[in-house]
Design a protein around this ligand. Structure first.
Ligand code: FES
Length: 181
């Protein structure tokens, strides 16, 4: 993957009035999460997960608030979060479909499935459908190479996927959510 450089020094950070990490969340995490880890850095991943679940994604404001809460440099928080495809820095759809593109899934035919999803959803990887229902991602190994090809749909891994199965899942979600089939 090519390096992408961005002019972060002059970047404007969008801020909302409400904090992403509320006092209530901080109190809860201080009691429930932090004691499990020897260092505050150790608690970074679960904190990122919980804030993303609360906000829906991780805006820069959230990363700064997490850094302050855990007494870490904001750059360390961003470095860690940006390493994982599971963390999102802009809003995503209600259902995030991540098709594995690593070697075993590639060998077992992930590409026709991705191409079909691009066409069915009308989006490219890392884009969200206009109704806000689906975000399509291509992800690295999901740790289940023996059941390739695989996809992650929100928190659930789907093994031995095929086009028909993904179609059925999307149609069911659309019907359930009241969208177009
Ligand atoms: S390569 Fe897809 S799960 Fe490992």
């Amino acid at each position: 993957m090519a390096w992408i450089t961005k002019n972060s020094a002059t970047m404007t950070i969008e801020r909302r009035q409400q904090p992403c990490l509320t006092e209530e969340m901080k109190a809860d995490m201080s009691k429930r999460l932090l004691p499990r880890y020897e260092t505050k850095m150790g608690a970074l991943l679960p904190v990122l997960h919980e804030v993303q679940e609360h906000v829906g994604y991780l805006p820069h404001q959230a990363l700064e608030e997490i850094a302050a809460f855990l007494e870490l440099p904001p750059s360390a928080v961003l470095d860690t979060a940006s390493f994982y495809e599971e963390f999102h820095f802009s809003p995503v759809g209600k259902y995030v479909i991540g098709v594995c593109q690593s070697i075993a899934c590639e060998a077992c035919g992930h590409q026709p499935i991705v191409d079909h999803l691009r066409s069915k959803l009308g989006v490219e990887p890392h884009e969200t459908t206009s109704d806000g229902l689906f975000t399509l991602l291509c992800m690295e190994c999901l740790g289940s190479c023996d059941t390739a090809p695989c996809a992650l749909v929100n928190e659930d891994r789907h093994d031995l996927i095929n086009i028909e199965q993904m179609d059925q899942m999307i149609d069911e979600i659309r019907a359930r959510e009241g969208g177009q089939g």
